[in-house]
Write a protein that binds this ligand. Structure first.
Ligand SMILES: [Zn+2]
Length: 201
């Protein structure tokens, strides 16, 4: 049986013909190429390195090439994705118990998310450009929207708290909580799709 590789996400399809559409990244079947495997010692197929890693021209390309090669994006996303649930739980506790301590703790957590986000977004864009050829299929569109929504809601939360540190004791507390729930949901969606692209299942 032949093997076909998606030229965008490198998913391997087994069959006599390529699939109509990539089940992972969603590009059409004409983006599949016949997979010529170099066998390793066990005889297993090893996908070749993407061409974009070859002979980088500038320092920028060298740095971004290394960032993609060493999986900077999937590694760095764990900073905000790890902190965000803690932040939201702290804000919920602050709301439920009218506790200033929990509000402050939640806000401090959010600061770390804000600090990590520029790097996470930048490495994500770099990976999308270098590794996936800026393919704009549904999966990448959802990921871009979810990432933007995470950043926007995070900025709104921080800005709102700075303007009114008593927001969780005010009548608008539920809107603040809602903004935070949108933030965690969009981060979750972006992360889930990212996992699908990385692990191909
Ligand atoms: Zn694909």
């Amino acid at each position: 049986m032949k093997k076909w590789q998606c030229s965008v996400c490198r998913y391997i399809h087994r069959g006599d013909t390529p699939p109509d559409k990539c089940p992972i990244c969603g590009v059409s079947g004409d983006r599949f190429v016949l997979f010529k495997a170099e066998s390793n010692a066990d005889g297993d197929a090893q996908p070749s390195e993407p061409a974009s890693f070859a002979a980088p021209a500038s320092v920028y390309e060298k740095v971004t090439g290394l960032m993609v090669k060493h999986h900077t994006h999937p590694v760095s996303v764990h900073i905000p994705n790890g902190i965000l649930p803690v932040t939201v739980v702290l804000f919920l506790l602050a709301w439920a118990f009218d506790s200033e301590l929990f509000v402050k703790a939640g806000f401090i957590n959010l600061i770390f998310v804000i600090l990590a986000l520029p790097f996470v977004l930048f490495s994500g864009i770099i990976e999308w450009k270098n590794k996936y050829g800026q393919a704009l299929t549904t999966i990448f569109k959802i990921k871009l929207v979810a990432a933007s929504l995470t950043a926007a809601t995070c900025l709104i939360s921080v800005g709102w708290y700075l303007i009114n540190p008593q927001v969780l004791s005010s009548s608008k507390a539920w809107i603040f909580i809602l903004v935070n729930i949108v933030m965690i949901a969009s981060a979750g969606i972006a992360g889930h799709i990212g996992g699908k692209l990385v692990f191909k299942d």
